[in-house]
Design a protein around this ligand. Structure first.
Ligand code: AMP
Ligand code: GLY
Length: 430
């Protein structure tokens, strides 16, 4: 089988690497890929941007691609699955209508309310009906969100009413382009975040291993929000009883609601959850795709054939499948370019990749580009080093040994990825 992976980040490197290990797969193409995917055996890059759906479709037809797996949300929200389906091409991901779960926060909040799925209280405004008095009447802090896709930057946590009003006014005036023409103002939730990712095929669900991301850039959860600075799997927070509740209170009603609305879901479905100290759970967001860097940690632990899982979802036989997992923990540390997530440097040569390749674990590339024999930085999140270990602590040691082998000018990374899980491991040991 020939497989096409759409995207060029760390998640797509992990997807391509995992698919290339499938006995069902002859070759994997990645569009556009990165310097890491270019070096994987049985994988090649195709110079097509992830959002160029016309060119992707032409490539898939010309190369007789048997299965396309879409990494990022952009092409899914733009309707790549519908376009491929119309051309009789198998494409793993939700339709445009189902992908609105990520494409519009206002749509999703209304959906959650309609189907009684727990989420923070909120109100939605456009420029025509925005009411600053609504903000003044809310408790602080308050969360202001742009409705549409904003590359993870459209969420602002506001500590004063004036800042919330200014943020809302700025979004409505166009500071986030069309994404901010509608805004959601939401109650601030406290607790611990959990990424709960499943493969869904209408009412059939295969939950993947649990994971936890680290959204803030700096140690101790300080600094600006990012796409994710590191992740580990499994998340000790997600005990079996909590996983069952998430399935019952979030995943199943979501899939039922989508079906009831006429938009059955197929693909990876990512619920971003906030778990409060008292066990209360709330949906922060849905993503219509795998997480990044959650995919790097989760796929390191997946022992089953990923292609067989996607295939079963597409054929409607997901109920018959069980995924096998490496019992060890996996932990990934994102190495980012100086300045990320704001303006960051590009084009710095990366040293130490050859030495790192000799160490245990795996280095997934994200924003990298090759130039002759050199690998250069080419994005905000540059690499994700993943370690495996009997505990999250042991996986962390392996992941940071990889980090310490690699260098470029002004590299930045968090030094505390996994700290919460490791604290839990320590207290469980007494
Ligand atoms: P979202 O894209 O909606 O998931 O928001 C991105 C990040 O902002 C989340 O992962 C949280 O860290 C934070 N966040 C979003 N909504 C809230 C909320 N209501 N309360 C607290 N933090 C939030
Ligand atoms: N790591 C968060 C995300 O993929 O959205």
């Amino acid at each position: 089988m020939k497989v096409l992976i759409v995207g060029g980040g760390g998640r797509e490197h992990a997807l391509a690497w995992k698919c290339a290990h499938s006995s069902l797969v002859r070759h994997v193409y990645v569009a556009p890929g990165n310097a890491g995917t270019a070096l994987e055996p049985a994988v090649s890059n195709v110079d097509i941007a992830a959002d160029d759906i016309d060119a992707l479709l032409r490539f898939a037809q010309r190369e007789c691609i048997d299965l396309t797996i879409v990494g990022p949300e952009g092409p899914l929200v733009a309707g790549i699955v519908d376009r491929f389906a119309a051309a009789q091409l198998r494409c793993f991901g939700p339709t445009r209508a189902a992908a609105r779960l990520e494409g519009s926060k206002a749509f999703t909040k209304d959906f959650l309310r309609r189907y009684h799925i727990p989420t923070a209280s909120y109100a939605t405004f456009t420029g025509a009906d925005f009411d600053p008095d609504y903000i003044r009447a809310q408790r602080l802090p308050l969360v202001v969100k742009a409705d549409g896709l904003a590359a993870g930057k459209g969420v602002v946590i506001c500590d004063t009413h004036q800042f919330a009003i200014d943020t809302a006014t700025g979004m409505l005036a166009g500071s986030f382009g069309a994404a901010g023409k509608t805004i959601v103002i939401e109650e601030f939730l406290r607790g611990e975040e959990l990424s709960f990712i499943v493969i869904a095929a209408d009412q059939q669900v295969l939950p993947l291993a649990t994971s936890q991301d680290h959204k803030r850039r700096d140690d101790g959860d300080q600094g600006p929000n990012t796409g994710g600075m590191g992740a580990y799997s499994p998340a000790p927070l997600a005990a079996p009883a909590l996983r069952e509740r998430i399935m019952r209170e979030v995943i199943e009603p979501t899939l039922r609601g989508l079906r009831q609305d006429g938009n059955p879901y197929l693909g990876f479905l990512y619920a971003g959850l906030m778990i409060a100290d008292d066990g209360t759970l709330n949906v922060l967001e849905f993503n219509c795709r795998f997480g990044d860097p959650e995919a790097q940690a989760i796929l390191m632990r997946l022992q089953s054939d990923l292609i067989a899982l996607c295939d079963a979802a597409l054929k409607g036989t997901l109920d018959e499948i069980h995924a096998r997992w490496d019992p060890r923990a996996a932990l990934g540390v994102v190495m980012a370019a100086g300045g990320y997530p704001e303006n960051y440097r590009k084009g710095d040569p990366i040293s130490g990749l050859d030495a790192a390749a000799l160490l245990p674990g795996k280095v997934f590339h994200a924003g990298t580009q090759s130039q002759g024999s050199q690998v250069l930085t080419a994005g905000g999140r540059v690499l994700c080093t993943v370690g495996l270990g009997a505990t999250v602590g042991a996986a962390q040691t392996q992941a940071y040994a990889l980090v310490h082998a690699i260098h470029w000018s002004l590299v930045q990374y968090r030094r505390d990825i996994g700290c919460r899980a490791i604290a839990r491991e320590r207290s469980a040991q007494g």
